[in-house]
Design a protein around this ligand. Structure first.
Ligand code: NAD
Length: 502
């Protein structure tokens, strides 16, 4: 622990991979396979962590622990005040541990160290926000059912929740789900992505130190096709919250059908940046560059499609290019870099494939496309394509890399049509100084999150989630806790009940 802290604060690479066991029923758990996933830092090409590859039996042990912890009421039946106290302590433990958590996050994900620090501190704020909700969640009463009947609508925790998370924001995305499930009184089994499991495992230990009872949060690591699939199918799990790609989300939906478990899905996006002719182009250019470069474009809400009024297209493209020229891509442990590494070889090859396809399809390359694969380090410069056909792969598919496609429009009608013309509906940004245009557009754009004259910003107060193939349900905000509850209608007879047979 002390050693890790020293390595983290001096931003050095570990000499040996940091090995983390799983966490089940309040204790470290080494599992049944003895097999480890060795993770190499995509920014440095050296082995940095090792986590266990669990079996379906290990998952059964975790689900059994979560089931016991839920059913005996050690967490589900204590007061909101008591739950809030633990969640607040957890937030403080996260803040105290920011350096080590951020260092591990950067080593495994390749994201710049300052971004990791920001995400960990932001996540701590989300734990604090959710702590407040533990004392706010409530039901309704109905005093309008007549003199003899009174109605109560009670919100109860849904039960054991399986949470499956992706590699792009391992700690932050988990923190947009887990504290809300816990605030509601649920217990959980978490399955992080196999590339980035270490901060989730470390969080489980911090939660225990904060006073979370044993068995309330359990972490099982390993392959999605084994452990994630078994979690989605498990009959003792009452809900699954899955964040990841749309194809895997579809298979989770099918797997969850076995016991009709409740499902929350946060999936992919192909998010438009809609720029009208009257927009502040300087501001838009900076934000659009940020929106596609943030996390190297490996972000579900990356603004990857620029839909811009023809009269300002050339000017805006020139300004975005000027911002791209200043973006520093490189070693994620060097705090001067804006963009870190691409997470792994497969993702790197996929992005390069899209860049090639863009060229083949006749799109005009304005900037970028330079990629570096030195040994096992993967970097891609921000890339900008003009004249992208709306039905081409570049404009329709989630690339999950720093590749921006530009398509012009002439009328507002065309802009809305282009914005809504992809299968996803996760997020959108609208750039205009005209309040009528802004309101008129956000009403018609099909997306769960809209930014007007800004992008990728917000707080845990605001709900997140998608329209269309971007998912089902909402996380965070007061809706975030409601997702993890079931409603129960209670009818109370007052006075004497009228007899059926007198
Ligand atoms: P992925 O779908 O490959 O994996 C996500 C998680 O699912 C991982 O933990 C993985 O191990 C697990 N998994 C894999 N197969 C599974 C199966 N059959 N059953 C259950 N779980 C399984 O996604 P990824 O590559 O890790 O992440 C990138 C994707 O996630 C992108 O499409 C991105 O848009 C999406 N994403 C969405 C949001 C959002 O909030 N909408 C946020 C972040 C990422």
């Amino acid at each position: 622990m002390g050693n890790l802290y020293e390595l983290a604060t001096t931003l050095r690479l570990p000499q040996q991979p940091v090995r983390s066991p799983m966490f089940i029923d309040g204790a470290h758990y080494t599992g049944s396979t003895g097999e480890y996933v060795v993770r190499k830092s995509p920014g440095h090409g050296v082995a940095v962590t090792e986590t266990l590859r669990a079996s379906a039996q290990d998952l059964d042990a975790a689900v059994a622990a979560a089931r016991r912890a839920f059913d005996d009421g050690r967490w589900s039946r204590i007061s909101g005040e008591q739950r809030a106290a633990v969640l607040l302590k957890a937030a403080q433990r996260i803040r105290d541990d920011v350096e080590t958590l951020a260092w591990l996050e950067t080593l495994e994900s390749g994201k710049p160290i300052n971004q990791s620090r920001g995400e960990i501190m932001g996540a701590a704020g989300t734990w604090e926000y959710a702590a407040g909700l533990a004392r706010v969640v409530h039901g309704d009463t109905h005093d309008t059912l007549g003199d003899d009947l009174f109605g109560l609508v009670v919100r109860q925790p849904v039960g054991v929740v399986g949470i499956v998370t992706p590699w792009n924001f391992p700690f932050f995305i988990l923190s947009e789900r887990l504290p809300f499930a816990l605030a509601a009184g649920c217990t959980a089994v978490v399955k992080p992505a196999e590339l980035t499991s270490s901060t989730t495992l470390r969080l489980a230990a911090l939660l225990s130190e904060a006073g979370l009872p044993d068995g309330v949060v359990n972490v099982v690591t390993g392959l999605g096709s084994v452990v994630g699939q078994a979690l989605a199918e498990h009959r003792d799990v009452d809900m699954v919250s899955f964040t990841g790609s749309t194809p895997v989300g579809r298979s989770v939906l099918t797997a969850a059908g076995g016991n009709m478990k409740k499902v929350g899905l946060e999936l992919g996006g192909k998010n438009p940046q809609i720029v009208f002719a009257d927009a502040d182009l300087d501001d838009a250019a900076d934000a659009i560059a940020f929106g596609i470069c943030f996390n190297a474009g490996q972000c579900c809400v990356s603004g990857s499609r620029l839909v811009v009024h023809r009269s300002v297209e050339e000017e805006l493209v020139a300004r975005i290019k000027a911002v791209f020229e200043k973006v520093r891509v490189g070693d994620p442990l060097d705090a001067a870099n804006h963009v870190g590494a691409i997470v792994e070889a497969r993702q790197f090859d996929k992005i390069c494939g899209y860049i090639e396809a863009g060229r083949r399809d006749g799109a005009q390359l304005v900037y970028g496309s330079t990629s570096t694969k030195e040994g096992e380090r993967f970097f891609i410069q921000p890339t900008l394509f003009r004249n992208v056909k709306p039905d081409s792969a570049l404009a329709q598919e989630e690339i999950f890399g720093p590749v921006l496609s530009v398509t012009p429009f002439d009328t507002t009608e065309q802009a809305i049509e282009l914005a809504n013309g992809a299968p996803y509906g996760l997020a959108a940004s609208i750039w205009t100084r005209d309040v009528q245009q802004a309101f008129g557009s956000f009403r018609r754009v099909q997306a769960g999150r809209i930014w007007v004259n800004c992008t990728i910003t917000g707080g845990p107060e605001m709900p997140i989630g998608g329209f269309k193939e971007s998912g089902i349900g909402r996380e965070t905000g007061r809706y975030g806790i409601e997702e993890y509850t079931e409603l129960k209608s209670v009818h109370v007879q007052l006075g004497k009940r009228a007899r059926w047979i007198a």
